[in-house]
Design a protein. Structure first.
Length: 166
């Protein structure tokens, strides 16, 4: 599946997520007095009552603007360029927004670094070099293991080349 198909699939999934509540609510039967409340009893005996009519109103309010949003989305164009030119372009009417994803990620990295600088971990963490307490024999063994692995990788590469030539 190429990038275009994955993007299309993601957009369709997003639209389904946005429209599914409206579809489900459109076919919902009118509630009766018996099912218009949800009562939750907590371990200590306290009751929490949720009026479903209020929930329906909240959902209806949220869904009322969905048609407008969907109309706006129809005229909107989204272009994502990843690789050498990491940009996201969003266009509608005569307006285009261009986001430089590299610049955003740089700013996020600076913010994270600033936040992590405020955390003092000296008391509960330990940092040391992997090879600080290793003997010369251990290093030689590691080198021998790497040589064996290189031989195995060369052998596998030769097999792949032989298969490609056939």
């Amino acid at each position: 599946m190429n990038k275009r198909h994955r993007t299309l699939l993601a957009l369709i999934t997003g639209l389904l997520i946005l429209t599914l509540p409206a579809i489900l609510l459109a076919d919902e039967p009118e509630s009766t007095e018996e099912d218009s409340k949800v009562i939750i009893i907590v371990d200590d005996g306290e009751e929490l009552t949720i009026e479903m009519e209020d929930i329906h109103e909240i959902v209806a309010d949220a869904m009322s603007g969905l048609d407008e949003v969907m109309e706006e989305l129809e005229d909107m164009q989204l272009q994502v360029r990843l690789g050498n030119d990491n940009r996201l372009d969003l266009s509608y009417d005569d307006t285009t927004f261009e986001l430089d994803l590299d610049q955003i990620m740089d700013q996020v990295a600076i913010a994270l670094q600033s936040g992590f600088d405020q955390i003092h971990t000296e008391d509960w963490t330990d940092s040391h070099d992997r090879w600080s307490n290793v003997s010369e024999d251990d290093l030689r063994q590691e080198l021998d293991d790497l040589r064996k692995e290189m031989k195995e990788l060369r052998r596998e590469l030769g097999k792949i080349r032989d298969t490609d030539e056939d």
